[in-house]
Design a protein around this ligand. Structure first.
Ligand code: ADP
Ligand code: MG
Length: 573
């Protein structure tokens, strides 16, 4: 269905046309007509499906002469970036319609400027709940003429603890109003808000999770513990995305990783909630204009950010929530374009978590080996051949060649030296690839091992195969992954790969052997045993349900994928 089939004013149709929209997205088709009629709506649709226009177009259309002096539409968004973004988009819809004044209010920015805009008669106000509350308290935002309240990304606002603010605001807006709610998920708390504050709402649910994810190729890399930063540098050097987002779970990690990337010559910048608004705006603008190639961000800071042309998303940390994974990778492959998502994982626990995500998204995430130096060198060689074959030589170049010839360096030698210099400049600072790969598991391959200690032994008539069986059962690992088993009177030690011991200890939390509940610890024989044990105690408890998933053999995925690898790499360069 086209926008011009809607009963929109000429001004709006012109604006939409100028934006290049013709066909409506599904959520737009279903919600815009209802919103124009004034109905309450609950809309569920994935990120990137055009929700801003779905509520923004009716909002702009609803503004009349009578709204000259006061706010008529109030839109609540979870973050400052989203408020700014929604404001920008709404201004585009309002471009040809006179008398529409929209204004964004959010924390971390000058109160005076916002008050000034509100006083000048903003009739569409877009803001974060906290700052909107501020303005209400100061009476710089008055609610008595508000006809429509829109909650954008309602689930995220609740996650961020805005529930009370939202309820207070909704309770203060005149009852005779339209209440619209958009959300990617529909947890109980949202249903409660719906029941309490909406009138006979129409529920719209667009099933597009697969659709968004389908256009995105998804890969993961297994990386040795502590080598994720090196692995990321390697991948960025190999794939050279011109616009990429990297996700971390903490602000500290964002800062640390950004520093590391900048130090190694990448045009990277970080984005998280502790930064000043002015900095955040700078970073976003720089990323949008492609001056910054790599944006390192936390989930909340990046939520809903709509930047076109992001060609890769990297999950440096695995997201803490499956839904976040979809949001993250949805930053690439927007508006029907294809994109690529890469996830770095360390250790078996993360592999299981990744499998759970795969199951949740119904999409395959393929294992890909980290490229090694020879891979990168051959990619660079191909790129150089292409660059040089397409380049033009100017007079200066010939002058230099003539001078070199006089010095006894012939053309062939000169060209070879230039190429070698270029190649080494592009590859010499790369991290030591081989050690960024995980150690292969198994007892005879030289992988570093540690011992775990199980508090059961000969006194309970325990045999090695009981121990092994219980361990395999609890961890989903294979018998080969475990090494030497020594049974003593009252305890048993088992050799395990060092990279896996934390996972093993976590997953044997409620393990029973021969009917006896046992405790598994790191064997206190090693030098760092104390420190390690402390670290283990701090870790969250292992989720057994997650571990139950993951029957698919890694080798199957691996062999499926390998034949296409070279081709894929070529395609990208
Ligand atoms: P959501 O809020 O659902 O995550 P957005 O409103 O941010 O999605 O829209 C995602 C992108 O799609 C934006 O770049 C927007 O300009 C574009 N878009 C929205 N509606 C249409 C449409 N009907 N045709 C083409 N592009 C659209
Ligand atoms: Mg949105």
């Amino acid at each position: 269905m086209n926008f011009n089939e809607l009963n929109l004013s000429q001004e709006l149709l012109r604006a939409v046309d100028e934006l290049g929209y013709t066909e409506m997205t599904e959520i737009q088709q279903q919600s815009i007509p209802l919103l124009l009629e004034g109905r309450d709506v609950v809309g569920r649709s994935n990120t990137g499906t055009g929700k801003t226009a779905a509520f923004g177009i009716p909002a702009v259309e609803s503004i009349t002469e009578a709204d000259r002096r006061s706010a008529a539409v109030l839109i609540l968004c979870p973050t400052r970036e989203l408020a700014m973004q929604a404001n920008e988009e709404i201004r585009k819809f309002a471009k040809f319609k006179e008398g529409v004044k929209s204004s964004a209010v959010y924390g971390g920015a000058s109160m005076e400027k916002q008050i000034h805009e509100l006083k000048r008669g903003a009739n569409i106000v877009i803001g974060t709940p906290g700052r909107v509350m501020d303005h209400i308290r100061r009476k710089t935002l008055r609610l008595e003429n508000i006809r429509t309240v829109i909650l954008d990304e309602a689930d995220e606002m609740l996650n961020m603890g805005f529930r009370e603010d939202i309820e207070t605001i909704l309770a203060d807006v005149p009852e005779d109003r339209q209440t619209v709610l958009f959300s990617a998920t529909m947890p109980k708390e949202i249903m409660a808000i719906t029941e309490k504050f909406q009138r006979d709402p129409v529920h719209i649910k667009i099933k597009s999770a697969q659709k968004t994810v389908e256009l995105i190729e998804q890969f993961y890399f297994e990386v040795a513990m502590g080598r994720k930063t090196d692995a990321l540098r390697l991948l960025l050097a190999a794939y050279k995305p011109s616009s990429a987002m990297v996700f971390c779970n903490t602000k500290a990690m964002v800062d640390q990783l950004t520093d590391e990337l900048v130090k190694h010559g990448f045009r990277a910048a970080g984005l998280h909630g502790d930064m000043k608004q002015i900095q955040r705006t700078q970073v976003m603008n720089s990323f949008k204009s492609k001056a910054t190639e790599i944006l390192v961000a936390t989930d909340v800071a990046a939520r809903g950010i709509d930047v076109s042309g992001v060609d890769a998303v990297f999950n440096y940390d695995l997201p803490q929530d499956n839904e976040y994974y979809i949001h993250r990778i949805g930053r690439t492959g927007r508006a029907g374009r294809t994109g690529t998502a890469y996830t770095l994982i360390s250790g078996r626990r993360q592999l299981f978590d990744l499998r759970a995500i795969e199951k949740y998204t119904h999409a395959e995430i393929h294992e890909m080996p980290l490229p090694d130096k020879s891979d990168i060198v051959s990619m660079k060689k191909e790129a150089l051949v292409r660059d040089i074959s397409e380049a033009q030589a100017g007079h200066n170049a010939y002058d230099i060649l003539d001078r070199l010839t006089e010095m006894g360096i012939d053309y062939r030698e000169a060209a070879a030296r230039v190429i070698a210099k270029q190649l080494s400049a592009e590859t010499e600072s790369l991290p030591d690839f081989d050690s960024a790969r995980p150690l292969r598991k198994g007892r005879n391959n030289g992988a570093k091992t540690v011992k775990i200690d199980i508090n059961i032994g000969r006194n309970r008539r325990i045999a090695p195969n009981f121990i092994l069986g219980a361990l395999v059962d609890a961890t989903g690992m294979t018998g080969k992954d475990f090494g030497k088993i020594d049974i003593y009177d009252d305890h048993t030690t088992v050799e395990v790969p060092e990279t896996e011991y934390e996972y093993i200890i976590d997953s044997t939390d409620s393990m029973k052997i021969n009917g006896n509940k046992v405790e598994v610890k790191l064997y206190k024989g090693g030098a760092h045993a104390e420190r390690r044990n402390r670290r283990i105690d701090d870790r969250p408890k292992f989720d057994r349900k997650k571990a139950a998933y993951g029957n698919k053999k890694k080798s199957e995925i691996f062999s499926e994928y390998i034949p296409n690898r070279k081709k894929r790499m070529k395609k990208r360069h």
